[in-house]
Design a protein around this ligand. Structure first.
Ligand code: NIG
Ligand code: FE
Length: 423
């Protein structure tokens, strides 16, 4: 009897699996040798999971008697896993286009921040915004990310810095997840800045004794989903001791540690993250050799954010040194009012040109390794049977066009598919 499945994508010029043996992450050698099938097909079932990936001929004979709800003839096209953006701040009101002009004229990120701009500007507007307005803004940004090929995205709170606004932001992220197909990993980032009028010590106490317990209560009641805990560990923001206390408290609640470290000054954030078994640390423009070695040993992923160094004219994170040392390098857009970039193809392009990564390394960093950084690599990040059927189909004869053609991928990305459904 003929069986019935959801989707067949057949006869693609290349199917990039990324990995094929159940790896949870890739380091340098694996990133340079991605699993690719020439002239391949992909099958997805009604449960949204990948059923088979293989050569077009083998899939054709294996599924000869199967009826598919939908068949896509991918002749002249390539199939890749959906992209994963491991670091974004997408919930906010009030843009900062005026600050872009200030920075172009020479102001540094911290000068703008200390003058009451930067994160403080966004906090003021986000506190004042009703949740409906924040949700509308978030959905528009997630839709743009989806169009650029992102199928799973990490979303941070952190423009509230008080209990009510942090909860408002986390609830808005939850509401977006319920109403949109894009996958979300949600992060509590109440320690994104020290709120005006408070000392770092007071802010730390508020987070530890008010904010985290309230979040834990809502998580236990099932009214809020939060996956990760984040702190901006930086000179003039949260020091190493406060960072350690907040991250440990989040970990004790069952959250994954995934935080901002060693961005503008060497803070020993990498060593702290390794000690706490952090899943990931972002930025790392100023990480030391010892920090790199500690992250490699602890299997703490480095989420590199090429847009930040680019827009702030910072030294680039040392991607090559990290790869050589065996660090699990992943990528994020860092979408926020400072770095207004919704596009992971653009991020991969910058990673290649400015961080000197190769195209296969950049793709692994934006798929399987970003999935690892979000604790999702059992279900996301590669095209392997039983993983979620999230994929992109691009109209090009080789997959590298996704990185090579920069700034115009709307024409290139023909289909974005989540759980086997075209979105
Ligand atoms: O990752 N460095 C701290 N946080 C963000 C910027 C947030 C903002 O400027 O609004 C980042 O780049
Ligand atoms: Fe950030």
């Amino acid at each position: 009897m003929a069986s019935n499945l959801k989707l067949l994508v057949k006869g693609a010029e290349q199917v990039v699996l990324v990995c094929k043996s159940g790896e949870k992450f890739l380091t340098k050698e694996g990133m340079q040798n991605l699993a690719i099938i020439e002239n391949g097909s992909v099958v997805i079932g009604h449960d949204g999971q990948i059923k088979a990936v293989g050569s077009a001929d083998s899939i054709e004979s294996q599924f000869r008697d199967t009826v598919f709800d939908k068949v896509i003839d991918a002749t002249g096209m390539c199939v890749l896993p959906g992209l994963i953006d491991a670091h974004t701040h997408p919930v906010w009101a009030g843009d900062r286009v005026h600050e872009f002009a200030m920075k172009l004229a020479g102001a540094t990120y911290m000068e703008v921040h200390e003058a009451g701009g930067g994160i403080h500007f966004t906090v003021k507007h986000t506190r004042a915004a009703p949740p409906e307005t924040l949700l509308e803004g978030l959905k528009g940004r997630l839709e743009r990310m989806l169009r650029a090929g992102t199928t799973l995205v990490e979303c941070k709170s952190g423009y509230g810095l008080d209990l009510n606004t942090e909860l408002k932001m986390l609830s808005v992220i939850d509401a977006a997840q319920r109403s949109m197909p894009i996958g979300i990993s949600s992060t509590y980032c109440g320690a994104h800045a020290v709120p005006r009028g408070k000392t770092m010590e007071e802010a730390t106490e508020d987070i530890l004794s008010v904010q985290l317990p309230a979040i834990q209560k809502q998580m236990t009641e099932g009214s809020l989903q939060v996956d990760n805990v984040d702190v901006f560990c930086e000179k003039g923001v949260f020091d190493l001791n406060s960072t350690c206390r907040i991250l440990q408290a989040g970990k004790d609640m069952g959250l994954n540690i995934n935080f901002h470290g060693d961005e503008l000054h060497p803070m020993n954030s990498a060593q702290l993250g390794a000690k706490l078994a952090a899943l990931a640390i972002s930025h790392l423009e100023e990480v030391t050799d010892e920090g790199i070695a500690a992250m490699a040993a602890a299997k703490t992923s480095a989420i590199l954010l090429p847009t930040t160094a680019y827009i702030l004219r910072l030294p680039c994170p040392r991607a090559r040194d990290m790869l050589d040392a065996g660090v699990i390098v992943s990528l994020g857009s860092d979408f926020n009012p400072n770095a207004y970039c919704c596009s992971m193809p653009m991020v991969m392009h910058l990673a290649c040109v400015t961080l000197k990564m190769s195209m296969p390394e950049a793709l692994a960093a934006a798929t399987i390794n970003a999935a690892y950084a979000l604790n999702r690599s059992h279900s996301h990040g590669s095209l392997e049977p039983s993983k979620q059927g999230d994929l992109l189909i691009i109209h090009a004869p080789r997959w590298e066009h996704l990185i090579y053609q920069f700034g115009s991928h709307q024409e290139l990305i023909r289909f974005v598919i989540i759980k086997g459904t075209i979105v």
